[in-house]
Write a protein that binds this ligand. Structure first.
Ligand code: HEC
Ligand code: HEC
Ligand code: HEC
Ligand code: HEC
Length: 193
């Protein structure tokens, strides 16, 4: 091989090597950006999971519920949220599913400044499955766990199964539904009334 040919090969290789280096630097920059974004995302996510987030980001619409949860405002009855907060450290998102649809709807309302009529009751409806995920897993299992409530066990009613929050209100005074029509075996509603 002549010297000339070798030089030509080296010249041909040189830009290739340089572009490899450039790709590497790109990858490092990208890597750093991804790490920073991830860290911010995790930080945001952790903050998002705190009750303070709900009050800070949406204070006009959520402040009332945050105060109620914290036991500061019990004008309409405190309810299960504050009982769970004080006794079990339960957070808003333990009871309220932060699904994408809800969050997008909430963000839209906040951006439009619609804080009066948010359809909150629909958006933050808590279904039985959510409560049961911590209380036995199924209505039947809950009935067994509370078998000591006897013949008038509200979780094993001859009238059928009801939604938990028809009796155990989240942010309002508890309702002794069974006692509204007949003796209920001497039960009283618990939680922070
Ligand atoms: C993240 C778990 C969790 C969720 C979600 C949850 N709870 Fe509880 N709850 C607990 C724990 C823990 C206790 C205390 C032990 C027990 O009584 O089972 C408790 C206690 C209770 C009590 C007894 C309160 C008292 O005064 O002794 C009631 C009533 C209750 N929960 C109802 C509900 C209802 C209704 C929901 C849904 C709106 C719900 N819980 C959601 C964990 C949870
Ligand atoms: C122990 C479960 C529980 C916790 C914790 C909880 N909630 Fe609720 N929340 C409920 C239930 C149940 C309802 C449905 C209405 C009811 O029964 O009072 C509700 C309803 C709501 C509503 C709809 C409006 C209404 O009153 O119906 C909003 C808004 C809300 N909660 C916000 C919050 C915020 C913000 C937090 C935390 C600061 C929180 N909740 C913590 C159980 C909970
Ligand atoms: C709207 C009124 C009403 C409500 C609310 C109600 N009941 Fe009843 N319940 C009745 C009536 C009326 C009877 C008698 C009907 C019959 O003999 O079939 C009855 C009968 C019963 C019986 C049969 C024994 C008896 O005393 O006659 C049980 C047990 C019972 N209810 C439990 C409950 C429980 C638990 C709840 C709450 C989940 C509840 N009821 C809520 C109206 C009600
Ligand atoms: C018809 C009214 C009614 C309904 C509906 C109802 N409960 Fe209850 N619950 C009561 C009463 C009454 C008690 C006993 C007194 C009390 O703890 O408030 C009770 C007690 C409890 C307790 C405490 C049990 C213990 O021994 O510590 C839990 C937990 C509970 N309920 C969870 C639920 C969940 C979860 C649902 C829905 C799947 C539900 N309840 C539906 C009326 C009701």
């Amino acid at each position: 091989m002549s010297e000339e040919k070798k030089d030509a090969q080296n010249v041909a290789r040189a830009p290739e090597g340089a572009s490899k280096k450039r790709v590497k630097r790109w990858q490092i920059v990208l890597g750093v950006v991804v790490v920073v974004l991830l860290a911010a995302g995790i930080g945001f996510y952790a903050w998002h999971n705190t009750p303070g987030f709900c009050g800070t980001m949406c204070h006009d619409s959520m402040g009332e519920h945050l105060d109620n949860y914290n036991g500061v405002d019990a004008s309409g009855g405190a309810g299960q949220a504050s009982w769970h907060a004080q006794n079990e450290g339960t957070t808003c998102l333990d009871c309220h599913e932060a699904d994408l649809e809800t969050q997008v709807a909430e963000l839209g309302s906040q951006l439009r400044g619609e804080t009066d009529n948010l359809g909150l009751a629909d958006r933050y409806y808590v279904d039985n499955e959510k409560c049961l995920s911590c209380h036995g897993g199924s209505y039947d299992a809950l009935a067994e766990l509370t078998a000591d409530l006897g013949d008038y066990n509200p979780h094993k009613s001859p009238h059928g199964q009801m939604n938990c929050n028809e009796c155990h209100k989240g942010h309002a005074a508890q309702v002794n539904t069974c006692g509204q029509c007949h003796d209920n075996g001497g039960q009283t509603m618990r939680g922070n009334n």
